[in-house]
Ligand binder design. Structure first.
Ligand SMILES: [Zn+2]
Length: 202
């Protein structure tokens, strides 16, 4: 949805390999809202709220490079398709005792019985590696953990907030100067900010 809104959509984002999806989300986020990403995360060990400041470039540099190598097991060579959001959703939706069969069938098709355990272990490893995490430690209690980032949710929330801010600015300027929305949006960001401080000081 975010990528579609940014004009980058090509097919359904949920069908993209996770690493490719995350890379595109981060690049879109940087293009629209800049390099610094501030977050508040509750500590795992105490009630403190950690304010963290991340660099989008660092997150991009830390994205895993997916392994496309087939799994060798019990004399078989089994190719695995890259994981997507749709695969993860299907796994979560399946009853717990069939989740492994569901995801294996989606990624590898039919797998000989003897090779299943090795294939399942590799799928689990790849799913873990694809999850974007940041290392955090709490100055209050010393807790140290890897916090998973829900990148689609995070970027969407930020872009929604930025859109809401822009709408409020347009409304304030239209009211203060009697301008239409296209007139306000035609202003450069610097001029919009200057008029906005005039309007809000009045
Ligand atoms: Zn703590």
């Amino acid at each position: 949805m975010v990528l579609w809104a940014a004009g980058l959509g090509g097919g359904d984002l949920a069908d993209w390999p996770l690493e490719r999806r995350d890379r595109a989300l981060l690049e879109t986020r940087r293009a629209l809202l800049g390099e610094r990403l501030a977050l508040a995360v509750p500590c795992e060990g105490c009630d403190a709220e950690l304010e963290i400041d991340l660099s989008v470039s660092d997150l991009l540099a830390g994205l895993p490079v997916p392994s496309g190598a087939p799994v060798q097991a019990a004399g078989h060579e089994i190719a695995l398709r890259p994981l997507t959001s749709v695969d993860l959703a299907a796994m979560v939706a399946a009853p717990e005792d069939t989740a492994a069969d569901v995801i294996r069938a989606r990624l590898a098709g039919p797998v000989p019985e003897a090779a299943r355990a090795a294939v399942d272990a590799e799928i689990e490893r790849r799913a873990g590696a694809a999850e974007l995490k940041v290392r955090l430690s709490c100055p209050d209690c010393g807790a140290d953990w890897a916090e998973p980032l829900d990148l689609p949710g995070l970027v969407w929330t930020e872009i929604e907030a930025a859109a809401r801010r822009l709408l409020e600015e347009v409304a304030d300027l239209a009211r203060a100067f009697g301008w239409s929305e296209p007139q306000v949006l035609a202003l450069s960001p610097a001029r919009r900010a200057a008029y906005l401080s005039l309007a809000r000081a009045a």
